[in-house]
Structures are given as structure tokens and as C-alpha cells.
Design a protein around this ligand. Sequence first.
Ligand code: COA
Length: 193
Amino acid sequence: MNAENPLIPKFRSSLYSRTTITELMIPSYANFGGKIHGGILLSLIDKVAYACASKHAGAYCVTVSVDTVDFLQPVEVGELVSLKASVNYVGNTSLVVGIKVIAENVKDGLVKHTNTSYVTMVAKGDNDKPQRVPGLILESKTEVRRFAEAIKRKELKFSHKAEMDEARSELDTTSALDMLQNERCEIRMKDEH
Ligand SMILES: CC(C)(COP(=O)(O)OP(=O)(O)OC[C@H]1O[C@@H](n2cnc3c(N)ncnc32)[C@H](O)[C@@H]1OP(=O)(O)O)[C@@H](O)C(=O)NCCC(=O)NCCS
């Protein structure tokens, strides 16, 4: 049991918090091209991630980071969108929720995979400070793989950030102008105030 809250166990399975939200794509969700706005899907992703993470944590959670949101196929008005979320990884106060988004055409039964995203959430205690979350019981090869992949993704993200910081520190106006020579831009620099 958790020392701060005896109602929260030390470990929980991902089954305990597995969450699915299904929502009908109504016309007011569409953009001018008649397809569903990306922002509608992002909002649903955040919602299902919150539901799943807070259930595992037994606490309120905040979104820290959303990884890999690539919209692979457009979603149409009238389709049923389902977001399947499960906790893939837990750290100390953070947890990663994996979310698979599928869209189903109810008339022909066609189902398409629109994207998979990984949302990092942090549990917060009543004092608004990050709070320790229960560990994760891994009950299948898939769950072991997802946990290990989340660690790899975290490592790659931090090394990418370090590389990007270094690249930014090395990039001055002269080298930036050099880089832009064959790009589709026109340089019309004005004095900055
Ligand atoms: C998330 C937040 C609590 C982190 O605060 P902090 O002082 O950096 O706390 P810590 O350094 O102790 O980090 C807490 C956890 O977040 C993780 N974390 C912090 N920044 C991260 C990032 N960019 N990506 C992934 N994980 C991150 C840390 O690794 C740590 O995980 P762990 O406890 O499992 O090891 C703080 O940045 C915050 O409140 N952000 C606003 C979140 C919010 O309001 N979201 C809604 C969008 S408006």
C-alpha cells in the first residue's frame, strides 16, 4: 500500500485503468474541407489519457508531453472514433499512456487506424506537487515490450533535446543564412527592436 494514501496499492495492472472512449464525429467537428479537425482528435487524446492516467495514479494528473501525433488518414463526419488507452510505463511521478485511435465507418464496417500517440502525464497531490504513482504489473509479452519501448523513447527524446540544444547554440545568423541558400524563402531582414 501507498504510505501517503492506504487506498492506493503499490502496484496496479494496466487492465485496471484501460480506457476506451468512443465518439461520433458530428458536422460541427469538421474543417472547411469536410474532414475532422486535428484539434478535435487532440482534445480526445488528452481526455482519454487523463482518464487512464488518473485511474492508475488514484490522483489528478497533468499532461506534460504528447509524442508522435501523426495523422495517418483523414477522419470523416459520421465516423465513430474510438481511442483505446492503456498505461505503458510508469516512472516515479510520471506515467506514459499509449493511445490507439481508430475510426469506423458504421455503414460498411471499415475500420482505419488514424494514429498512435504517447502521452506523458504527471500525478499531482493535494499540495499541487508531483505525487508518486503505483508501479505497473506487466502481465504479457506485449506489456513488457511497451514498457521497454517507453524507456527507449524517453532516452531518445532526451538525447534529441541535447543534440538540438547544441545545434541551436552553434547556429548564428551567418551559418543560418548559409543554410537557407537553397530553401524556398526570401531574405528581407529588418532591424529588430
Ligand atoms: C509536469 C510538472 C509537474 C513537472 O514539474 P517538475 O518540477 O519538472 O517536476 P520533476 O522534475 O519532479 O518531474 C516530474 C516528472 O515529470 C517528468 N517530466 C518532466 N518534464 C518532462 C518532459 N518534458 N517530458 C517527459 N517527462 C517529463 C520527470 O521525468 C519526472 O518523472 P518521474 O517522477 O517519473 O521521474 C510541471 O512542469 C507542470 O506542472 N507543468 C504543467 C503541466 C500542465 O499544467 N499541463 C496542462 C497543459 S496546460
